[in-house]
Design a protein. Structure first.
Length: 259
């Protein structure tokens, strides 16, 4: 299928690895010029080189922290009139809410709630004027079912979802389409790093622990960043203009629900 977005310009946040990289790669395969982002120069440059070599599109690497106003301005300087914005950030660490002080909450909410809202604020009106825009927010399955060990993430993801629910209906008439992607267990560092610690605590090898976790997923496996990216690219496509303010859960069937 031709997604009809060749030649468009995209900002993909936190895209040097993991799900963000999957989204940037999938968009580039559709002919979209991408600005990719991360905090570590070597990772960002490596991913940019790989995507350029594979797709031939223009890939701009920006080393910046989107949790800061200066970092967000660097992204917008690299792509001042994006057609596509993919909001993404690493999630807050797992901690009991009783252990968190005010600064911990601010630090967790900034990249996962406030920074996406600020980037949407700075891009949505331009998209509306040009009569094309796609905004995808990578949130979490915690929007559907709270993860008890991630209180800050639960709050941030739910808050962003509530914000998008209203705004998406206001701008859809201008062909600016906003949706959310809700990942479950994917084979990324976000999954691997804590899994290694949990396996060690349980006295098991990482392979044993991973197999047990995959057995809990109806699909029998973890997701891949590339299949996540394809879902993102479709929601950014010209064909997705009637999908407004939705929350697409990608979790291999792990969330049990009739509707």
């Amino acid at each position: 299928m031709d997604f009809k977005i060749e030649g468009r310009n995209a900002i993909v946040c936190a895209s040097s690895k993991g799900l963000g990289r999957g989204c940037a790669r999938a968009l580039a395969r559709e002919g979209v010029n991408v600005v990719i982002n991360g905090r570590h120069a070597a990772e960002v440059e490596r991913t940019a080189s790989e995507i350029r070599a594979e797709t031939g599109v223009r890939v701009t690497a920006v080393v910046a922290d989107i949790a800061t106003a200066a970092g967000r301005q660097e992204l917008l300087h690299a792509c001042p009139a994006p057609d596509i914005l993919v909001n993404n950030a690493g999630g807050p660490p797992a901690r009991d809410f009783r252990e968190l002080d005010e600064d911990d909450w601010v630090q967790g909410l900034m990249p996962n709630l406030l920074a996406p809202i600020m980037l949407i604020r700075d891009t949505v009106d331009g998209m509306a004027e040009r009569k094309f825009g796609r905004i995808i927010n990578i949130t979490s399955r915690s929007v559907k079912t709270p993860l008890l060990h991630l209180p800050v993430s639960n709050v941030a993801r739910a808050g962003l979802t509530g914000f998008v629910a209203g705004l998406a209906r206001q701008v859809a008439r201008h062909n600016v389409i906003i949706n959310n992607l809700l990942p479950g267990p994917f084979d990324t560092d976000r999954q691997r790093v804590p899994m290694k610690a949990r396996a060690q605590k349980a006295g098991k090898t990482v392979e044993q622990y991973a197999a047990e976790q995959m057995a809990l997923v109806p699909a029998g496996r973890f997701g891949s960043e590339d299949e996540f990216g394809v879902a993102c690219a479709y929601l950014c496509s010209d064909h997705a203009s009637f999908i407004v303010g939705q929350n697409l859960l990608l979790d291999g069937g792990g969330f049990f629900s009739t509707i």
